[in-house]
Ligand binder design. Structure first.
Ligand code: ARG
Ligand code: ZN
Length: 843
């Protein structure tokens, strides 16, 4: 049954203090809890006390020291009002749980002999009876009994295995770790002079892989002081790397727990993309200390309050650490690939939803990435200085509170004077706005007409026009900028904007920097696109012009068998050879839109995408581009070798990315340079990149075997070995190779990283997954059925591979819907997967 935002009421009681003691045992862990409670003056008085609790065996229960006999039900424990004092009281419980058999990786579980926890969103109720909701904030003291040497929890240490957290927090931020771990240690002195001990804990063999994560942490701490004025607030900050983890990482107070793939890196085991992800996620979790922990969410409908803002902050941070324009281009490509895809299908939901069945299904690209875009638009609308004022007010006004989106918007209104009533639609109404641009030029005046259309989404037939900031520049046909970036603000369904005193019709450069998360429809000539690609002062739109050229070449080829246009080849060649441009930027421009992106684009313009035709068209264009660039490839490839010692810097990574892009084009003509690059690789980026190129061209079997022999004992690298074979598989072979690899001795399907490496790689192989045989669909469905009872969160997440079904032809739609129904009929399906299937089936 659905939980509704409109049903929110404050909890009956406040908790002043929590004392927890753990006697750790793989199958019989005992958890004693003492809660100091009192009636909540802001709630209806005289209510029962309802505590959440799942899979707990209750051993004892006492109120103010007197035993009580109430028995728990399936989801918790109720102490009737008649048994509750009117004033403060103490409730003591003892329960037994079994971490070793907890395969859901939610609550307290074991990973390779280590005890660890994941409590967001509702895992704490699998540890002890408690009001497991974010608006109940308490101070925690934790102790534990175990022979394992490393014993960690939140806050500051008070003795061996004993921790005190001075900051009131909701239960979802609780964490406990016990294991035989080693620490990579450093220190950080805060702005006001607090010396903080920093530890990254790993298994013994991984201790040498923490340097980059530690460096990222220190830079994050400094940055948050400098840019947001936020200081760290404990004596110690611990990070633990865990091999079995459902998501990326978790911001538990003072004890962040990470998927090991987002901590561990050495040049020979991690790619440049891994390094960038590690930096971003370390920052993200650290930034949560203020945006999430000090100020948390009133209820889970407000999830974007902490996630959208924290993603926005980590994106700013990465932009400052790296190339801001390149970071923006990458973020937008990811937004379109994941969030636009979600927003355009049956799983579309508002940035602040108003109902859910299973909250873990809402840790989505919409809440996170669109949530961040909404903040970026707010900043554009109010200006940088006003944004800083609003954030300062937010931190002072709501520190220590569990806040709402209304609180957040009120802060902006109070700090800046802006009325944000209409802007709030971005939070409450789902779907990606589509903008249509037309223009004319008369008597020296250029007029731009913009229409916005907000398509309906499940459960939201009516949409209001949104406030949309459009960053616009105008270029002359010779490429000079005749109007620098100007913000046009749309508030209605239709607008026109006039630009007088021009000598000739200009070329619009609209939506610079991707100033709003919208789909832009404009009729642009290839000549104008080529001018923008060559001359736009806005890096995002410069790159976008190249993509627009490539997309029109691809769609024309798919729909009308048009040969590869010379103007695209010439324009891309010019950018590729332009040595004043950042190699990372050139690498992005060289990369053709992905198969899935082309499918999304075709669907958005009213066509039914044919996965096989898309795949073939993309390869044809690549080969044509390779042949066109051929005279320049050898010298460019040689020029972008990175000499000397490995550096993880964005600049060095940009050279590697560009060189691999060139090598992959070269391989359409001759694979020898890629073979050579594999043999001489000095980093995982180069080794994996060269292997990918070889596999993509039907080669690379000896290299694949060599790679396995070299890395078979490194599980994170082996994830790459599994994944690459599937993502590079030809459409006809993808399902077969996937099936074969699921039978491999090292396919540990209960490990989420390994499961994703195989199954998500199939889903990401567009033409392979959507193969007309339906084998890809059936294989995914089989695995979801198998995984669901073991790990419902990961199964539900993976089911989103099916969310694009309405794009495709009748045959594929039927194949997919049949698989969805087949999964739905499985007995005892989890609430997680059940909700996803119902939404995808439109039930
Ligand atoms: N708050 C975490 C983050 O964004 C994500 C945790 C989500 N976990 C979950 N099981 N839903 O960094
Ligand atoms: Zn987060």
């Amino acid at each position: 049954t659905a939980i509704l935002l409109s049903d929110y009421t404050p909890f009956s009681h406040l908790i002043d203090h929590v004392t927890l003691h753990f006697t750790l045992h793989p199958l019989q862990t005992r958890v004693s809890a003492r809660l100091s409670l009192r009636p909540n003056p802001a709630a209806v008085q005289g209510q029962d006390l309802r505590l959440d609790g799942e899979n707990l065996s209750l051993l004892s229960l006492a109120l103010n020291g007197k035993p009580l006999a109430h028995a728990p039900d399936e989801t918790g424990l109720t102490i009737p009002a008649a048994d509750l004092p009117n004033g403060p009281f103490t409730l003591e419980t003892e329960v037994e749980i079994s971490p070793q058999t907890n395969t859901s990786l939610d609550g307290l579980y074991m990973s390779n002999g280590m005890y660890c926890t994941q409590c967001e969103a509702q895992g704490f109720r699998k540890i002890t009876f408690y009001p497991d909701r974010p608006d109940v904030m308490a101070r925690f003291d934790v102790t534990m009994d175990t022979d394992l040497p490393t014993q960690l929890s939140n806050g500051n240490p008070t003795g061996p295995g004993a921790w005190h957290d001075p900051w009131p927090k909701p239960a979802y931020l609780f964490a406990l770790v016990a294991g035989d771990l080693v620490a990579h240690t450093d220190h950080f002195t805060t702005l006001s002079g607090r010396r903080v001990t920093l530890n990254i804990y790993t298994r013994a063999g991984d201790a040498h892989k923490c340097a980059y994560a530690m460096d990222s942490l220190i830079r994050s701490m400094r940055w948050d002081e400098q840019v947001y004025g936020r200081e760290y607030d404990l004596d110690i900050f611990n990070i633990v790397a865990v091999d079995d983890f459902n998501m990326g990482a978790m911001e538990n107070k003072g004890l962040n727990i990470f998927n090991s793939k987002l901590v561990l890196a050495t040049p020979d085991t991690a790619t440049d993309d891994d390094y960038a992800r590690i930096e971003a996620v370390i920052a993200h979790e650290y930034f949560h200390n203020w945006t999430g922990n000090r100020i948390t969410c009133r209820d889970w409908f407000q999830l974007c309050l902490k996630e959208g803002l924290t993603v926005y902050r980590d994106q700013q941070f990465s932009g400052d650490m790296r190339s801001a324009p390149v970071k923006r281009i990458e973020d937008v490509l990811a937004l379109r690939a994941r969030q636009f895809r979600e927003d355009g299908g049956p799983l579309a939901h508002a940035v602040r939803p108003d109902s859910y069945v299973e909250i873990n299904n809402f840790y989505t690209a919409t809440i996170y990435e669109k949530g961040a875009e909404v903040i970026g638009m707010l900043k554009t609308l109010v200006g940088d200085a006003a944004y800083a004022d609003a954030l300062n007010l937010y931190f002072t006004r709501h520190d220590g509170h569990a806040a709402t989106i209304e609180d957040w918007l009120q802060v902006f209104t109070d700090a800046t004077g802006h009325d944000l009533t209409q802007f709030k639609h971005w939070y409450t109404q789902a779907g990606t706005p589509h903008l249509t641009l037309t223009d004319d030029f008369k008597n020296g005046t250029y007029t731009l007409y913009i229409k916005q259309n907000n398509p309906t989404t499940p459960g939201q037939p009516h949409k209001d026009p949104k406030v949309i900031p459009i960053a616009l520049g105008l270029l002359s046909t010779s490429g000079a900028e005749v109007l620098p970036t100007t913000i046009l603000t749309l508030t209605q369904a239709e607008h026109s904007f006039e630009f007088p005193n021009l000598t000739a019709k200009p070329i619009p450069s609209a939506l610079r920097g991707f100033s709003a998360p919208v789909v832009l429809h404009q009729t642009q000539s290839n000549t104008d696109r080529a001018i923008l690609l060559a001359h736009d002062t806005d890096a995002f739109n410069k790159c976008e012009a190249g993509r627009a050229l490539a997309k029109s070449a691809l769609t024309d080829h798919i729909l009308h068998q048009t040969p590869t246009p010379h103007d695209w080849l010439a324009a891309i060649t010019a950018v590729t050879r332009e040595t004043t441009l950042d190699p990372a930027f050139r690498a992005l421009t060289l990369r053709l839109p992905s198969d899935d992106d082309i499918a999304q684009t075709l669907h958005a313009s009213g066509h039914i995408p044919d996965p096989a035709a898309i795949h073939a068209a993309r390869r044809t264009l690549q080969t044509d581009l390779a042949n066109h660039l051929k005279p320049h490839l050898p010298s460019l490839i040689a020029a972008h070798q990175t000499p000397g010692d490995f550096s993880p810097s964005a600049i060095a990574a940009g050279h590697r990315a560009f060189r691999l892009g060139l090598l992959s084009l070269m391989a359409r003509i001759d694979t020898a340079p890629a073979t050579h690059a594999y043999q001489n690789a000095k980093s995982m980026t180069e080794q994996l990149g060269a292997l990918a190129i070889l596999l993509d061209n039907g080669m690379g079997q000896p290299e694949l075997a060599q790679f396995h022999a070299q890395w078979q004992n490194d599980r994170l690298v082996m994830d790459k070995w599994f994944g690459l074979q599937i993502s590079m598989a030809a459409p006809d072979h993808a399902a077969h190779i996937t099936k074969f690899l699921t039978e491999h001795a090292d396919f540990d399907w209960k490990n989420p990283n390994r499961f994703r490496a195989v199954i998500a790689s199939l889903a990401a192989n567009h033409a392979g997954f959507h193969h007309a045989s339906g084998q890809g669909y059936a294989l995914l469905a089989d695995w979801l059925i198998k995984l669901d009872p073991v790990n419902p969160q990961t199964a539900a997440r993976m089911s989103t591979a099916f969310e694009t079904w309405p794009r495709y032809d009748q045959t594929r739609q039927t194949l997919i819907r049949n698989e969805l129904s087949r999964i739905r009929q499985t007995p005892n399906l989890s609430r997680n997967l059940g909700e996803m299937l119902d939404r995808m089936l439109g039930a």
